[in-house]
Write a protein that binds this ligand. Structure first.
Ligand code: PGA
Length: 253
């Protein structure tokens, strides 16, 4: 069966010392929490803080993810980090396709498909993000936009590779805006995605794939969103930078 997951995307926040402090606070918080066997907690600090986070969570149930990676094995790509490099420091998960990567850094569906292949080939788990813009939602195109992002980024994969995929539906209009999709809107889209997995792959793939919701999840709204049948957890931005808030969101799952 699929896992319940709360993942914190720290984005370009926390210097070395701040990251160490936040990891320490979260480690303490999670230690005191009775997490079910099927529940996972991940944090994604900036690249430079990954080795320290991996080291400091070794005896904890917190897992560490990267926020991005390059698609090549290695080579002349100044400023980039490869899947193999992440693996070599003990990182097992990478976030790909975040809307900030898609919009600010102009990452295309085709590029993301290459990154997906590189991550899979290196045995990394992927938290694959996708979601519609406000204009897509307003014009009623949100289902077709999401379908197309999933098709071009992931549907070339064999069923077996889906063991390494977690989906994160993040409507762009809800990211960092304080505006959340309603629990009903999230459920409606998650059910659509699960049906798509069933039609494209199998019921087993559809049932076993965790689908997270992301976009202004806060302690105040987490429980209601997570209570929906097809919402298996959340990808948290702003609220993941505050240990108390993140703890409350984990408690909500
Ligand atoms: P937010 O970010 O929780 O700050 O809206 C979510 C995300 O970007 O993954």
């Amino acid at each position: 069966m699929r896992n319940k997951i709360v993942a914190g995307n720290w984005k370009m926040n926390t210097n070395f010392k701040e990251s160490k402090t936040l990891v320490k606070q979260l480690r303490r918080a999670v230690k005191k929490m009775p997490l079910d066997d099927d529940t996972r907690v991940l944090i994604a600090p900036p690249f430079v803080n990954l080795p320290s986070a991996v080291k400091r969570t070794r005896k904890s149930s917190i897992e560490v993810a990267a926020q991005n990676m390059h698609q090549a094995i290695n080579g002349a790509f100044t400023g980039e980090v490869s899947a193999g490099m992440l693996k070599s420091i003990g990182v097992k998960t990478v976030i790909l396709g975040h809307s900030e990567r898609r919009t600010i850094f102009e990452e295309t569906d085709a590029l993301l498909a290459e990154k997906v292949d590189a991550a899979i080939a290196n045995g990394l788990e992927i938290i694959f993000c996708f979601g519609e813009l406000l204009e897509d939602r307003k014009s009623g195109n949100h289902f077709s936009v999401v379908e197309s992002q999933l098709k071009s980024g992931l549907f070339h994969l064999e069923s077996i590779a889906w063991n390494q995929i977690v989906l994160a539906y993040e409507p762009v209009w809800a990211i960092g805006t304080g505006e959340t999709a309603s629990p009903e809107q999230a459920q409606e889209m998650h059910a659509f995605i699960r049906k798509l997995l069933q039609d494209t792959y199998t019921t087993v793939v559809a049932d076993n794939t965790s689908i997270l919701y992301g976009g202004s999840v806060k302690p105040a709204n987490a429980k209601e969103i997570f209570s929906k049948k097809d919402v298996d957890g959340g990808l948290i931005g702003g609220a993941a930078l505050n240990a108390e808030d993140f703890k409350a969101i984990i408690a909500a799952i």
